[in-house]
Design a protein around this ligand. Structure first.
Ligand SMILES: [Zn+2]
Length: 287
């Protein structure tokens, strides 16, 4: 049976003498593995369309155990992602997140759309890489169905508290009175909570020029990383470990952090950025 679908290439590796084995996030079929026969030969027309991160149109033949690529035509190759090591590693992290979530035969249209937007923005010079990745994480939890509750205490529903904690196990913020319900909950600074709410209510393309202070980025990164790993039942992200080893990411020790005074500035625009105290997570917003 022949199937036509567009797909992102998540992985591409050598297979046998002159073939490639690729893992795709396809629009129609979710995650699939396919063999691209002869793709490693010098004159192969396929090679351009099966590079990692490529968004391509595929014509696939469904065999007994594997798909075979009959034809492939690249739509977007995201070339800048391969030119810059940090961009490459951030893209690898997005791929890792997506790869963990998707399953064979199960399309995931909202994640497909989010991933495409993420790669497109990651390829642009003006994008703040930290901001994009933090926003992607927040939106990712939403499309995967486990977004943290950030507008009110998950335990008692109160919307105002002097201090807030962030609990992976409880799935959101805990007020000062309910903090004891999760001894593993981490303090979240007021600025970080505002940022988390802000990123969750805005489309990715509206926030990626926002420059986040490094300390604030580190705080949100640690909270969200712990949150993601908890819900994925994992201990570490491969791509994040690599970024740390290469010195692109700080190694953050301890889960309790002091309330740091942090600032937000937006590049290229003027005006206050963080002002939202209300506003629901909009499930219908476009990615
Ligand atoms: Zn409470």
């Amino acid at each position: 049976m022949l199937i036509k679908t567009e797909a992102f290439v998540l992985k591409s590796q050598k297979y046998r003498e002159s073939d490639s084995l690729i893992v795709l996030f396809s629009r129609k079929l979710g995650k699939i593995s396919a063999v691209a026969k002869g793709s490693r030969r010098a004159k192969s027309q396929m090679l351009a369309g099966i590079q990692p991160f490529c968004h391509s149109d595929f014509l696939l033949y469904q065999g007994r155990s594997l798909y075979t690529v009959n034809q492939v035509e690249a739509k977007q190759i995201f070339y800048p992602l391969r030119e810059d090591y940090q961009r490459l590693m951030e893209a690898a992290y997005l791929v890792e997140l997506v790869d963990i979530e998707i399953n064979e035969g199960q399309p995931h249209p909202r994640l497909y759309s989010l991933f495409g937007t993420g790669l497109t923005l990651l390829s642009r010079n003006e994008t703040e890489l930290n901001t994009l990745t933090r926003a992607f994480e927040v939106h990712y939890t939403r499309v995967c169905g486990y977004a943290p509750q950030t507008m009110a205490c998950v335990a008692c529903g109160i919307a105002y508290s002097e201090q807030w904690s962030f609990s992976a196990a409880q799935g959101g913020i805990l007020c000062g009175n309910c903090r004891h319900q999760d001894p593993q909950a981490s303090h979240i600074s007021p600025t970080c909570l505002k940022l988390l709410r802000y990123l969750g209510t805005k489309p990715l393309q509206d926030v990626v020029r926002l420059k986040i202070h490094q300390k604030l980025n580190d705080e949100l990164q640690q909270l969200m990383r712990h949150y993601l790993l908890y819900h994925m039942e994992r201990h570490q992200f491969r791509s994040q470990k690599l970024l740390q080893q290469q010195g692109f990411l700080p190694v953050i020790k301890g889960s309790e952090k002091e309330n740091t005074s942090t600032t937000l500035t937006e590049t290229g625009k003027s005006g206050t950025v963080i002002k939202t105290e209300s506003g629901e997570n909009s499930d219908e917003q476009k990615e």
